[in-house]
Design a protein around this ligand. Structure first.
Ligand SMILES: Cc1ncc(C[n+]2csc(CCOP(=O)(O)OP(=O)(O)O)c2C)c(N)n1
Length: 369
């Protein structure tokens, strides 16, 4: 039975951590990842951080209208992405998960194109920036209404179970989303149906300016799982390996027919809620600084250095190559040119009705002048 090989106990008093803040391995089992896998995880942490920085710059340059900063969430993002089978399992991310979809394999060119609305955007420029999706990689397009993707995620997982596909769905969301009715309906349904889904809460302590303690009277989010008949895990979300190993266990548990789990990853966003928010109005700078000390990149780097897998020169080379990859992707995304206005009419009907044809013709006249 899978329960007998469980590494992690649900409902632990403290968040599950495997790395100390100085990067020492503290796991109660032997690390069983190859050097290559560890370095790939670190590379993905760096790519996610650099992507976030680039998107922030594009917003300040006026090239995109909206970003949802993700720095501080990367440990959770990379832990989740690496526990999935890309293109087989399904991911239902939310708007702060750019690093997660990048690590899953969505090309950075597509992510930039989505944010800038250029022809290289597979969503044809019809989503808000920071709302990626990928048909090729089974990534459900991120939605703006919080928690609205959780019902569809559970529905998809139930379908996977009924069809016996062996796939797993993962849906991620913030702590604020757990106050929505959609969250409770979805978790309840997942529990009742034994759906192969992992619900991942990236608890960054704030829903815009609303502090976690105003969000729920529960001691944490993970305990809510108990009421829905599934295990709940609270994990140190700044510890990439803890996020990865817990995810790997519950994903495989779901894959082998043992049902859903709720995983709370305790993270922190260093930046504002979005490019439209002033976080200085609701949280002290010292709090942000304190959390920065726990940074997932810094911790993983220290861990790799202790094992002799990374040094300053290798780190510099890795950053340089990630920078170059993103710069080239951005250039290609921009070179594709803006999305044509009449793409607005595509993909809605198999055969476009006359009234839409008429509107399209009118628009053509307007844009031609
Ligand atoms: C149904 C709904 N209500 C309100 C909003 C406005 N809104 C956008 S983001 C947000 C906070 C979300 O917080 P959380 O779920 O913790 O995620 P975070 O942004 O902190 O990562 C709110 C209330 C929304 N998008 N959808």
């Amino acid at each position: 039975m899978i329960q007998e090989v469980q590494r992690f106990k649900p409902f632990s008093a403290k968040p599950i951590a495997l790395l100390s803040e100085a990067g020492e391995w503290r796991g109660p089992f032997d690390l069983d990842l190859t050097e290559e896998k560890l370095l790939t995880m670190y590379r993905d942490l760096v790519r996610a951080r650099l992507l976030d920085e680039r998107l922030g710059k594009l917003q300040r340059m006026g090239k995109t209208s909206f970003v949802a900063p993700a720095a501080g969430h990367e440990g959770a993002h990379i832990g989740v992405a690496h526990a999935l089978r890309p293109g087989f399992d399904w991911l239902f991310p939310y708007y702060r998960d750019m690093g997660m979809v990048l690590a899953l394999g969505v090309p950075p060119k597509e992510l930039f194109a989505q944010s800038l609305a250029t022809r290289a955007d597979p969503n044809k420029g019809r989503q808000m920036p920071a709302h990626p999706g990928s048909a090729a990689l089974n990534v459900f397009t991120a939605a703006s209404p919080i928690a609205s993707h959780l019902g569809p995620a559970v529905g998809a997982a139930i379908s996977m179970k009924l069809r016996g596909t062996g796939q797993v769905a993962v849906a991620s969301f913030g702590d604020g989303a757990t106050s929505e009715g959609d969250f409770h309906a979805a978790v309840n349904f997942a529990g009742v149906q034994g759906a192969p889904i992992v619900l991942v809460c990236e608890n960054n302590r704030y829903a815009i300016s609303v502090d976690f303690h105003k969000q729920t009277a529960s001691e944490n989010i993970a305990v809510k799982a108990h009421a829905y008949g599934m295990p709940g895990y609270v994990v140190d979300g700044m510890d990439t390996l803890a996020c990865y190993y817990v995810m790997q266990e519950v994903v495989e548990r779901a894959r082998s027919g043992h049902g859903p789990a709720l995983v709370e990853m305790v993270v922190y966003r260093y930046g504002a809620h979005s490019s439209a928010d002033d976080d200085a109005r609701y949280r002290p700078r010292e709090e942000v600084q304190r959390w920065r000390q726990r940074d997932p990149l810094r911790r993983f780097k220290a861990f790799l250095e202790r094992r002799g897998l990374l040094d300053d020169a290798k780190e510099a080379a890795l950053r340089e190559s990630a920078e170059a990859e993103l710069a080239a992707a951005l250039k290609e995304a921009e070179a594709a040119g803006p999305v044509p206005t009449d793409w607005l009419f595509d993909d809605v009907y198999a055969e476009r009705p006359a009234f839409l044809e008429e509107q399209r013709a009118q628009l053509e006249g307007v844009t031609r002048g």
